[in-house]
Design a protein around this ligand. Structure first.
Ligand SMILES: [Zn+2]
Length: 405
């Protein structure tokens, strides 16, 4: 097999992943995998890949040893026939679907807390922000295509399904996922729709909601209507969710209420699912979410009783302790009781930046042996004004820890 420069490479073992009509193989080229399509790619697919290879998004956040976007870097040929494409390998990651689900999360990331989930959400919005700035529409945003590592760094895969524009030519996204399709697209063939940023914005809000609340926003609450309960899709079509239910839905005892998140995030969810229901231009951008998540992360604080509990100061008390009491001991952030001492200082919120400098994630204050992170300090610029007093500015302080070894 050869790349588009004519350099040879070989497959390394059996496929380790699949998706988007193809299988993913490791190669003998370190750090690169290849996607090989099951059917010979059409001329349109090949042209789209060429445009993507020539125009990678402008800023790709990265984590040492990991990449944020599995962007095509070269076509892959067998003889003269294009059979797929090469892309960077994403490291050890799990799908968002495994992280927002409390049961799988407990197995995979037992120390994962709400700060981790806020951070993963923010890191995801940073990637979307960059893609949108570069003119790409993701199209088929779904939790299976978003990966996160144990430092809350996020990676997006299945990029060859993105909607790509080249001058007046638009290579559309031909797939949609049930539960992640904006209301205005429901019932239509995605192949006939040129999508906009506003379609992506709806899906971004759905992803963030899943991370923070563990469930689909249109699958929350108990039906109160006199008619049969509407399906999730019908509720999405009608814009009926707990916070615009016209009395058709009531919170269930296990529902995590919107009030427990920071008010700025509450406002964005309402803007997206209420105002943005009929007018998609009202939906918050990825940048709006990133900004609000930053504020919300800064507002999170540690519970005095359970080591894995983080809650919003704006709520006034630890919601997870409150919920545990209401649900007779059920705790989706199950942890250990803390000794009765004063709570630790809040963690510095981490962020996946758009620059090449990675900013790592947060973390609870775990036992010392679990901390393998680094601390990165400093920078003081000393200015002398007229030979007088020096001024120093501390520009950065970042720390992280791993959630599991
Ligand atoms: Zn608590």
């Amino acid at each position: 097999m050869k790349d588009d420069q004519g350099n040879s490479f070989n497959l390394n073992g059996e496929p380790f992943g699949s998706g988007g009509e193809g299988k993913i193989y490791r190669t003998d080229r370190p750090g690169f995998v290849v996607k090989i399509y099951e059917k010979t790619p059409t001329p349109e697919q090949v042209s789209k890949l060429k445009v993507m290879i020539a125009n990678p998004p402008k800023a790709s956040p990265s984590d040492p040893g990991d990449v944020a976007i599995a962007w095509p870097t070269s076509l892959a040929y067998k003889g003269k026939q294009c059979i797929g494409f090469l892309m960077p390998e994403i490291g050890r990651n799990v799908q968002f679907i495994q992280v927002y689900n409390p049961k799988s999360r407990k197995k995979i990331l037992p120390k994962c807390n709400w700060l981790f989930l806020h951070t993963a959400a923010r890191n995801f919005t940073e990637i979307v922000k960059d893609l949108h700035k570069s003119g790409y529409v993701i199209g088929d945003i779904k939790p299976q295509n978003i990966l996160v590592n144990d430092r809350a760094f996020v990676s997006v895969v299945d990029t060859d399904s993105f909607q790509v524009k080249n001058g007046n030519t638009v290579y559309r996204c031909h797939v949609v996922t049930e539960g992640f399709t904006p209301p205005e697209m429901l019932g239509f063939d995605p192949s006939n729709i040129t999508q906009t940023l506003y379609h992506d914005r709806y899906r971004v809000a759905l992803i963030i909601y899943h991370l923070l609340f563990t469930r689909h926003p249109f699958n929350e609450g108990t039906w109160q209507g006199s008619s049969d309960e509407q399906s999730q899709v019908d509720k999405m079509k009608s814009g009926i969710w707990l916070y615009n239910s016209q009395g058709l839905l009531k919170s269930h005892i296990s529902t995590i209420p919107l009030q427990v998140i920071h008010p700025k995030l509450q406002e964005l969810f309402k803007r997206c699912f209420n105002d943005g229901h009929k007018d998609p231009t009202k939906r918050p951008s990825a940048e709006d979410w990133s900004t609000a998540l930053k504020v919300a992360i800064n507002d999170l604080t540690s519970c005095g009783k359970i080591d894995t509990h983080k809650y919003s100061r704006t709520y006034g008390k630890c919601y997870w302790c409150e919920r545990k009491n209401i649900l007779n001991g059920v705790d989706i952030f199950e942890g250990s009781a803390k000794p009765v001492i004063s709570p630790p200082p809040p963690s510095i919120p981490p962020v996946q930046t758009t620059s090449s400098t990675p900013i790592p994630p947060p973390s609870p204050p775990p036992p010392a042996k679990k901390i393998i992170g680094f601390v990165f300090l400093a920078i003081a610029t000393i200015c002398f004004i007229g030979g007088a007093i020096p001024f120093g500015f501390i520009l950065g302080f970042i720390g992280f820890s791993c959630f599991s070894d």
